[in-house]
Design a protein around this ligand. Structure first.
Ligand SMILES: [Zn+2]
Length: 64
Protein backbone atom coordinates (compact mmCIF):
# COMPACT_ATOMS: atom_id res chain seq x y z
CA UNK A 1 0.00 0.00 0.00
CA UNK A 2 1.20 3.51 -0.68
CA UNK A 3 1.06 6.25 1.86
CA UNK A 4 1.08 9.94 1.31
CA UNK A 5 1.30 12.96 3.51
CA UNK A 6 -2.13 13.78 4.85
CA UNK A 7 -3.36 10.18 4.83
CA UNK A 8 -5.24 9.04 7.89
CA UNK A 9 -4.25 5.57 9.02
CA UNK A 10 -5.38 3.19 11.71
CA UNK A 11 -2.84 1.31 13.82
CA UNK A 12 -2.81 -1.87 15.86
CA UNK A 13 -1.77 -0.03 18.98
CA UNK A 14 -4.11 2.32 20.71
CA UNK A 15 -2.46 5.52 21.82
CA UNK A 16 -2.81 6.24 25.56
CA UNK A 17 -5.26 9.01 24.68
CA UNK A 18 -7.61 6.37 23.22
CA UNK A 19 -7.17 7.17 19.53
CA UNK A 20 -6.20 4.66 16.87
CA UNK A 21 -6.11 7.17 14.08
CA UNK A 22 -3.00 8.95 12.92
CA UNK A 23 -2.27 11.44 10.21
CA UNK A 24 0.87 10.92 8.19
CA UNK A 25 2.90 14.10 8.19
CA UNK A 26 6.07 12.75 6.65
CA UNK A 27 6.98 9.76 4.52
CA UNK A 28 10.48 8.57 3.72
CA UNK A 29 13.02 6.51 5.62
CA UNK A 30 11.00 7.44 8.67
CA UNK A 31 7.32 8.15 8.93
CA UNK A 32 5.95 10.88 11.09
CA UNK A 33 2.54 10.21 12.50
CA UNK A 34 0.33 12.67 14.29
CA UNK A 35 -2.21 11.32 16.72
CA UNK A 36 -5.70 12.40 15.82
CA UNK A 37 -6.78 12.23 19.42
CA UNK A 38 -4.21 14.38 21.17
CA UNK A 39 -1.94 15.76 18.46
CA UNK A 40 1.13 13.89 19.70
CA UNK A 41 3.69 13.35 16.95
CA UNK A 42 5.86 10.26 16.69
CA UNK A 43 8.68 9.42 14.33
CA UNK A 44 8.89 5.77 13.43
CA UNK A 45 11.01 3.74 11.04
CA UNK A 46 9.26 3.03 7.79
CA UNK A 47 9.29 -0.74 8.26
CA UNK A 48 7.87 -0.50 11.74
CA UNK A 49 5.27 1.95 10.61
CA UNK A 50 4.20 -0.35 7.80
CA UNK A 51 3.77 -3.19 10.28
CA UNK A 52 1.91 -1.01 12.71
CA UNK A 53 -0.57 0.37 10.24
CA UNK A 54 -3.58 -1.86 9.74
CA UNK A 55 -5.72 0.25 7.52
CA UNK A 56 -5.79 3.41 5.53
CA UNK A 57 -8.83 5.47 6.22
CA UNK A 58 -10.53 7.57 3.66
CA UNK A 59 -8.37 10.66 3.67
CA UNK A 60 -11.19 13.02 2.95
CA UNK A 61 -12.20 12.70 6.58
CA UNK A 62 -11.48 16.28 7.32
CA UNK A 63 -12.88 16.79 10.75
CA UNK A 64 -10.62 19.59 11.78
ZN1 LIG B 1 -2.96 10.39 21.26
Amino acid sequence: MEYNIGDIVRTKKVHPCGSKLWEITRVGVDFKLKCQGCGHVITIERQKALKMITKKENNNIDNK
